[in-house]
Design a protein around this ligand. Structure first.
Ligand SMILES: Cc1ncc(COP(=O)(O)O)c(C=O)c1O
Length: 352
């Protein structure tokens, strides 16, 4: 039976389905005045790079890129030499959702290791140690972790520190895919201190600092903890096709997102919306939802015909078809009315 209620204005499909924050659009409008030199030789890029230095309170080097996949490939490319490999979780975007970009573009190998709740475990990382030093094996050189993870979970700050310590002891560098770094920071404390503790203070060497999912239009930032890590970055960025000529339009968005920690606020809004959605649907036992979302996604169980009826009414993605799991994701702009309407639709299909 079709749902006869009004559908939510904003979907629960993805934070990528949301539009951009008004502050970002205003920054783009301002950046559009007049001419500026291309390829980052502009005042917006200089200011945004300085803003990242004060955000992290250290001499970081920030290079802007077009998108998340490209930023990951570019970041990893800066850390790898020939015959070196990247260690990652089985669920990592870089291995599962990037169409083999890293393998093809930077010619590396991705070593998937033991993963629990979307997180690389110390045991998983140790499992590649025996490869080190043997000429018959690719050499693990970088550990990449995702925070928040693809499964909507979080590494604690202690977990990141332990993984970084272990990786460094093994001679590896650490990259953090922060496509949803705003949500992670908001969930783990919500301040600049949280961000610093979770990344460079914990030992992370390079961060892909996501902007698109927390209110940007496009563009990502790659932030290197130390200048020497970024030594060849300007060449590698161009070679990996991530050098945007009108760079001021990426930098201006980051200036807006970093101003007064707007990105944390937007991440918090998405997380709060997911908590609110969870509170309203967790009593619906067929959904099999038992744990508060760590950030902005829920993974309920839904079977047909209820699932397709709901998807036709207000679209969301299947997640694990074999487990009848779907994903509901909130965004910075999910409103209480969107949640009310969505929950009403969910209740109706479940009642039927
Ligand atoms: C964990 C993670 N990393 C990176 C990305 C960025 O990918 P894209 O190339 O689609 O911007 C995404 C997007 O969904 C993601 O979820």
């Amino acid at each position: 039976m079709p749902i006869v209620l009004p559908a939510p204005e904003r979907w629960f499909a993805s934070d990528n389905a949301a539009g951009a924050a008004p502050q970002v659009l205003e920054a783009l409008r301002e950046a559009n005045e007049g001419h500026a030199l291309a390829y980052g030789n502009d005042p917006w890029t200089r200011r945004a790079q300085e803003a990242f230095k004060s955000l992290f309170d250290r001499d970081v080097v920030t290079q802007f890129a077009y998108g998340g996949t490209g930023a990951n490939v570019f970041a990893l490319g800066c850390l790898l030499r020939p015959a070196e490999a990247v260690v990652c979780s089985r669920n990592a975007h870089v291995t599962y959702d990037e169409t083999g970009a890293a393998e093809r573009i930077i010619g590396t190998k991705l070593l998937e290791v033991d993963t629990v709740d979307g997180k690389v475990t110390p045991l998983g990382l140790s499992s590649v140690e025996h490869l080190l030093g043997s000429e018959h094996h690719v050499q693990p050189a970088v550990l990449t972790i995702t925070q928040a993870t693809e499964m909507g979970t979080l590494y604690s700050i202690d977990e990141i520190r332990s993984l970084c310590d272990l990786a460094h002891d093994m001679g590896l560098l650490v990259h953090l895919d922060g496509a949803r770094i705003a949500n992670a920071v908001a969930a783990l404390g919500g301040s600049r201190a949280t961000l610093r503790a979770m990344t460079f203070d914990a030992g992370v060497d390079v961060v892909t600092f996501g902007g698109t999912k927390c209110g940007g239009v496009f563009g990502e930032a790659v932030v290197f903890a130390r200048p020497e890590l970024a030594e060849r970055s300007k060449y590698i960025r161009k070679q990996t096709t991530q050098l945007h000529s009108k760079m001021r339009f990426i930098s201006a968005q980051y200036e807006a997102l970093l101003q007064d920690d707007l990105f944390i606020d937007l991440g918090r809004r998405a997380n709060t919306a997911a908590h609110s959605l969870f509170t309203r649907v967790s009593e619906l036992s067929p959904l099999d939802l038992h744990v508060q979302p760590a950030v902005n996604s829920l993974f309920p169980r839904l079977m047909d015909p209820a699932k397709s009826t709901l998807q036709e009414w207000s679209f969301f993605w299947d997640w694990d078809v074999a487990a009848s799991q779907v994903r509901w994701m909130t965004a910075w702009d999910t409103s209480p009315t969107d949640i009310e309407r969505f929950v009403a639709g969910v209740r109706q299909v479940i009642a039927n």
